[in-house]
Design a protein around this ligand. Structure first.
Ligand SMILES: [Zn+2]
Length: 111
């Protein structure tokens, strides 16, 4: 959650300080600027982060549907669906970043 390198816990993964709610600026460092740890191990390495992003997105959608069911009569009406779309759109940048960070941490011992 702190945007730190999984190897030395000092260098940053993303170039921006505000890594979670920062739309359209998803620049990552190729390697850690403190220890030289390579974040993208091979081309297409972050393809697998899509699975984590998808899981987080589904969890957020279910959570939103759960909250929506308190405010509307039926749990799956169009208004709840629109709320889910809004939440997913707003959280997309956060989801992409956190899923890549989780993916980097999952494979930190396989360098
Ligand atoms: Zn490092």
């Amino acid at each position: 959650m702190t945007n730190k390198c999984p190897n030395c816990h000092e260098g940053h993964i993303y170039t921006d300080k505000n890594i979670y709610f920062n739309f359209f600026r998803n620049k990552m460092h190729k390697t850690c600027n403190k220890c030289g740890y390579k974040f993208e191990k091979e081309p297409g390495f972050f393809f697998g982060a899509m699975y984590i992003s998808y899981t987080i997105g589904v969890a957020q959608a279910l959570f939103t549907a759960g909250i929506g069911s308190y405010f509307y009569d039926t749990p799956l009406n169009l208004k709840v669906f629109l709320w889910i779309m809004l939440v997913l759109a707003l959280m997309s940048s956060f989801n992409m970043r956190i899923s890549r960070i989780i993916w980097i941490y999952l494979f930190k011992n396989n360098q």
